[in-house]
Design a protein around this ligand. Structure first.
Ligand code: ACO
Length: 343
């Protein structure tokens, strides 16, 4: 059985910076820089322009990851796309990315499977586990895994929505998961979910059980109430569960790999809230030099946080051959995951 390793990483964030003060001055949210920084650590985030979708951001990240892996686009055997902000309800972003990569026409045509993963903040680790399994089984040699989000279009950027809107930003990260006979790679991964909390963090948009699924006016134009249109969250319950589940799944992954937490060189946590990660770090006694954060600059980019962190860690030289890295996330569902990778 081949090992599955990450042969290339890439990320892309849109150029437009939106600071906490911009939320107040440009969008009219009643908030302050200090309120947001004290509770979340976020100083600014990026917003994509109108006309840009998750597959567009994913494309830029994917092209960088493909180049870093030293492969051609036509070497890809599968695309796994994690997002909670696909262009449309269906089809998913994976097929749009396949088109944008130029894999659907001309001499490069390669109709590889494109799988969309809908596990929100844990989406990247669910996608990574899937890609690793495809590679280890021998079904694929190179799998493109993308986490990409355009949140800015679907945030309630008013004071009513400030507790959610101030947290999220746009961005994309990508990795190539490849087969190798070398003694390295994705050693273990653990995933979990608890559907009892499915309604605690949701963006419903519609209710398919209703007739019609979106109430419509006499002209047939759909009307979506604010509580359906925008994400709803019980922030304190999310915080408490995130801390507990991330610590547990991290320890489970270490146990499955037969190592202690001290043997890990670098911890990359999902960037939902700096305070969540600092709490975990303190409880597990992880020194500052073993943890990287970028939430200050990008906010919560959901499925994209971990691949962006990975790509930045490679770029800065913090992640290199032989580094033992732990990845950990938690999000809506609730869902969570952890992975241990020998780089
Ligand atoms: N600026 C100013 N005031 C605000 C803001 C804001 N951006 N947002 C909320 N407030 C106000 C609220 O309206 C409320 O005012 P009120 O008392 O007059 O009603 C007050 O601040 C307190 O609101 P809470 O929601 O109780 O604030 P809390 O201390 O819980 O902090 C926060 C909110 C930061 C969201 C926190 O609960 C949290 O971080 N939870 C974790 C959730 C998370 O990270 N979710 C990300 C998505 S899930 C994931 O990726 C894991």
């Amino acid at each position: 059985m081949p090992n599955a390793y990450i042969s290339g990483t890439g990320f892309f964030v849109p150029p437009r910076r939106v600071t906490n003060d911009d939320l107040k001055t440009q969008y009219g949210l009643e908030t302050t820089h200090d309120w947001i920084v004290q509770r979340t650590g976020i100083e600014e985030r990026r917003y994509a322009d109108e006309g840009v979708g998750s597959a567009d951001l994913g494309l830029a990240a994917a092209e960088r990851a493909i180049a870093a892996a030293g492969i051609a686009k036509t070497d890809l055997d599968m695309i796994v796309f994690a997002t909670l902000s696909p262009e449309h309800s269906f089809p998913g972003s994976g097929v749009y990315l396949q088109q944008k990569l130029g894999l659907c026409d001309g001499p490069n045509a390669k109709f590889v499977p494109a799988l969309d993963v809908r596990n929100q903040c844990s989406g990247f680790l669910y996608a990574l586990g899937t890609a690793a399994s495809m590679v280890q089984s021998g079904a694929c040699k190179h799998v493109l895994v993308v986490g990409a989000e355009v949140h800015s279009a679907a945030l309630d950027l008013s004071t009513r929505g400030r507790s959610v809107a101030s947290l999220f930003g746009d961005g994309a990260g990508a990795v190539i998961v490849s087969a190798t006979d070398e003694d390295r790679g994705i050693r273990t991964w653990k995933l979990g979910a608890d559907g009892r909390f499915a309604d605690v963090l949701t963006q419903r948009i519609w209710d398919i059980r209703k007739r019609p699924f979106i109430p419509a006016n006499a002209e047939g134009v759909g009307q979506v109430a604010p509580e359906m249109m925008w994400a709803q969250m019980d922030g304190k319950l999310v915080f408490k569960n995130a801390v507990e589940r991330m610590m547990t799944v991290l320890m489970e992954a270490c146990m499955a790999h037969g190592i202690s937490g001290q043997e890990i060189d670098l911890f990359l946590f999902h960037q939902a809230n700096l305070r969540i990660n600092q709490f975990i770090q303190e409880r597990l006694g992880i020194p500052d030099e073993k943890v990287l954060h970028n939430i200050q600059r990008y906010g919560n980019t959901t499925a994209a946080t971990l691949p962006i962190l990975l790509a930045e860690a490679v770029e800065s030289g913090r992640l290199k051959r032989g580094t033992k890295v732990a990845l950990c996330s938690f999000g809506s569902g609730f869902t969570w995951g952890a992975a241990i990778v020998d780089w």
